[in-house]
Design a protein around this ligand. Structure first.
Ligand code: DGL
Length: 274
């Protein structure tokens, strides 16, 4: 049995580091393990079955490392795999370990953020096609209108560190315009992909001033803090030794080179084979 019981934070690659950063700021005393499945990223265009299989393997790995709680800090995994993992895998195994995603915390408050009742979603094709955001927002706020825009080229631009170059502007503006063409009422836009906060400056340039752009990191961190307060039995199981460990399924030197952009400070990772 591993000696520490860290909270696991998972992403298909680097993007979840933007969420981890907010979580560590909010809950600095806890132990965390981050896993980026870089060897099999991106997940954004993959089928339900594939995303489910990859995510499930990663969750099992976190459990083998002693994590009682895993956060899927990847919208695509949260959209395509979380429900089956929660309702099928966890339920049938009888484990008291838990897996949470990033869509629920965001959709729970989406309707409160918008004054016009029209919310835009920017996400990967997989997340958009799953309709998870539309369905979840409708559950909490039936009157809210949701407009989605897939942005399939943004993750590759960011992963290749081309997003700040002038050439990236064409594709940033293209998807922004395509979202805004769907409705002139949109006043709130959710960045429903972990990578997109890195585009924040460019997005501000192409969205009109009155539209608020919402990144998920702080929302997810706050929701996790509330979850632990409401579940003292889980909180007691999460170890609090200020340990932060990074793993990747691909080359760790390469991971460390890129990860700093997302995490905001230097990262030293280890390679793992799932
Ligand atoms: N992390 C994924 C998400 O939030 C984006 C990257 C990918 O496509 O794997 O949807």
């Amino acid at each position: 049995m591993p000696s520490s019981q860290p909270i696991g934070v998972f992403d298909s690659g680097y993007g979840g580091l933007t969420v981890l950063k907010s979580i560590v700021e909010k809950l600095p005393g806890y132990d965390f393990i981050y896993l980026g499945d870089n060897a099999r990223a991106p997940y954004g265009n993959r089928s339900f079955e594939t995303v489910y299989q990859y995510t499930r393997e990663s969750v099992q790995w976190f459990f083998s490392k002693g994590c009682p709680l895993v956060i899927l800090a990847c919208n695509t995994s949260s959209a395509k795999a979380l429900r089956t993992i929660q309702q099928q895998d966890l339920a049938s195994s009888g484990t008291s370990n838990r897996v949470l995603g990033v869509i629920r915390p965001t959709t729970e408050i989406a309707g409160l953020l918008s004054k016009t009742g029209s919310v835009g979603i920017l996400a990967t094709s997989g997340t958009v096609n799953s309709e998870s955001y539309t369905l979840e927002i409708k559950k909490f706020f039936p009157e809210v209108r949701v407009f989605q825009q897939a942005c399939p080229l943004w993750v590759p631009l960011i992963e290749n560190n081309e997003h700040l170059n002038p050439g990236a502007d064409y594709f940033v503006q293209k998807y922004v315009d395509e979202l805004l063409e769907q409705s002139s009422e949109i006043d709130t836009v959710l960045l429903a992909c972990t990578h997109y906060p890195l585009l924040m400056d460019k997005l501000k340039k192409y969205f009109p001033r009155g539209i608020q752009l919402v990144a998920q990191g702080d929302i997810v961190a706050e929701s996790l803090q509330k979850y632990l307060a409401h579940h003292p039995e889980m909180d007691a199981r999460c170890s609090k030794g200020h340990q932060l460990t990074f793993y990747t399924t691909d080359d760790n030197i390469d991971f460390d080179r890129h990860a700093g952009y997302f995490y905001g400070s230097a990262v030293r990772s280890e390679r793992v084979f799932l």
